[in-house]
Design a protein around this ligand. Structure first.
Ligand code: FAD
Length: 475
């Protein structure tokens, strides 16, 4: 067996490396202080009310205004702009709408040519909009490298390269020598670099930039304004908040992994926590010691994988591996801290880059992912078509939220498009069972994925059954 990670407990030094870290997403901490938008008090009216000021909600507000500048758009945010997944992700900006080609082929084979094309158009639109709106979010068109750490993953490198080739992605395969020349880690055996529609961003700057752009075209944003209920109204619906309400013809729910306002969403979404560490800026010697001159986003290829990348000031973000589901699916600020996950992350970081011994982590944080069983956004409507939702991105929403927002609005406006005709948009994921079965099934699946990683990737009966049923668990 060649399992790449230490099987001994993390050392005192590995724990000390993150002990002094600030428990807050680095991306939000690095932003200049800004004034908060006032909470909504009293009654308000709007043509469109959006619940949630993450990427989905803010893109939706911008699309709506671009279409009709006179449309009156209000965004309600329970806390602050970007406090959800949008301000705490890895910043991997990937074009795929299907959580990768392989997952797309497994679930939407017939629609993949259209989904790949729509994903490409959306990625190009994302890059163009960031430029047009003047959002300085440190966009770097670096591509994305999958690294193989175990011999059986070398076959996956070949399979991935073949899929990329077939779908017209520019790519490059690295053997052991080439990948280690690219990025200096003794754990690497090979890799594949996808150069098409794959970039990095500073997600904090992106989400705040989108909010600024929305405000500039007249969108009203209310922070510290949780929507508590939606009730029918003669001309549409009313969204209730603690000190008032918004009466609107249309409402888009962009609430991701948070407790949903519609029961329907709860059936399909399981909030799964993912954790990340950010190092202090590397010294020139440390930076030199890892190579990584072309600054690609990196991820290892196992079921339980790490994702990591450089920032503009040469820190390393190191996240993933554990995907923690807790009974009942709570999403709460105190869950941002998880000693056991950080200890494992730190241990794996120093196993990957032993030359960085002594480096400290300045930030540590967690975030809830809106996991669904098909790993890609899904849509629905309620309240007689006055309410729509776009949730379920399952850890790949930095770019696809722009598309999800577009489709969500089209569904609200009753507009038929190429996208709204797709089964991808019309169908729902297979629901998760309710508790207590839900946590049992998820823990068992996680346990079996871990076992597969420790057994040369071989999937046991449980995972093969889920595969046959088109079900899965990922982050
Ligand atoms: C740790 C982590 C790493 C990730 N890494 C990547 C990555 O590298 N690349 C990638 O593509 N994707 C990544 N993702 C996923 C990506 O961040 C999300 O798919 C995306 O940000 C979802 O955006 P959203 O607007 O739908 O949700 P969110 O950003 O979560 O926004 C939802 C908002 O709704 C608000 N809200 C919820 N309920 C209410 C209510 N009742 N009333 C008012 N407001 C409410 C919340 O406060 C929140 O601000 C990652 C996610 C996490 C957690």
């Amino acid at each position: 067996m060649t399992f790449p990670w230490p099987t001994t407990p993390p050392t005192a030094a590995q724990r000390a490396a993150f002990a002094g870290a600030t428990v807050r997403p680095y991306w939000l901490d690095a932003l200049p202080a800004r004034e908060r938008e006032p909470p909504l008090e009293g009654p308000a009216e709007a043509d469109l009310c959006i619940v949630g000021a993450g990427f989905t909600g803010l893109w939706a507000s911008l699309h709506a205004k671009a279409e009709d500048p006179a449309r009156d758009v209000v965004v309600l945010e329970a806390d602050t702009v970007g406090i959800g997944a949008s301000g705490r992700n890895g910043g991997f900006a990937l074009g795929s709408l299907t959580h990768g080609i392989e997952n797309g082929l497994a679930r939407f084979a017939a629609e993949m040519p259209a989904l790949e094309r729509l994903g490409r158009e959306n990625f190009a639109g994302f890059v163009a909009d960031v430029e047009r709106l003047g959002i300085d979010c440190e966009l770097e068109l670096t591509g994305d490298v999958g690294v193989a750490l175990e011999p059986h993953e070398l076959a996956w490198v070949e399979e991935t390269a073949e899929l990329l080739e077939r779908h017209g992605h520019e790519h490059e395969v690295f053997d052991r020598e080439a990948i280690q020349a690219e990025v200096a880690s003794p754990t690497y055996l090979g890799g594949v670099w996808d150069k098409t529609d794959a970039a990095l961003v500073h997600p904090g700057k992106l989400v705040v930039g989108l909010a600024d752009a929305a405000r500039a075209v007249g969108v009203r944003i209310h922070e510290r304004t949780p929507a508590t209920r939606i009730v029918d109204d003669p001309t549409g619906v009313r969204v209730l908040v603690p000190a008032g309400h918004v009466r609107a013809r249309s409402v888009l729910l962009a609430t991701s992994a948070y407790p949903p306002l519609l029961r329907a969403i709860r059936r399909y979404v399981a909030p799964v926590y993912d954790y990340a560490l950010m190092t202090e800026p590397l010294s020139p010697a440390q930076r030199e010691s890892i190579g990584w001159k072309r600054r690609q986003g990196l991820g290892d290829m196992a079921n339980q994988f790490h994702y990591y990348r450089l920032t503009s000031d040469d820190r390393i973000l190191w996240g993933g591996y554990d995907a923690v589901y807790r009974y009942g699916g709570p999403v709460r600020p105190e869950l941002d801290d998880d000693e056991a996950s950080f200890a494992k992350l730190s241990q794996h970081f120093f196993a990957t880059f032993p030359q960085l011994e002594g480096v400290r982590f300045s930030h540590r944080w967690g975030g809830a992912i809106d996991t669904c069983s098909r790993f890609s956004v899904f849509f629905g409507t309620a309240h007689g078509g006055h309410v729509a939702y776009a949730v379920g991105y399952t850890g790949l929403g930095v770019v696809s939220t722009r598309f999800g927002a577009r489709v969500g609005l089209d569904l609200l406006d009753g507009r038929e498009t190429e996208a709204t005709r797709l089964r991808y948009v019309r169908s729902k994921p297979v629901p998760f069972p309710p508790e207590p079965l839900r946590s049992g099934v998820i823990q068992l699946t996680r346990n079996r994925l871990d076992a597969a990683d420790r057994n040369a990737g071989r999937r046991g009966l449980w995972l093969r059954t889920l595969d046959r049923l088109g079900l899965g668990f990922d982050s």
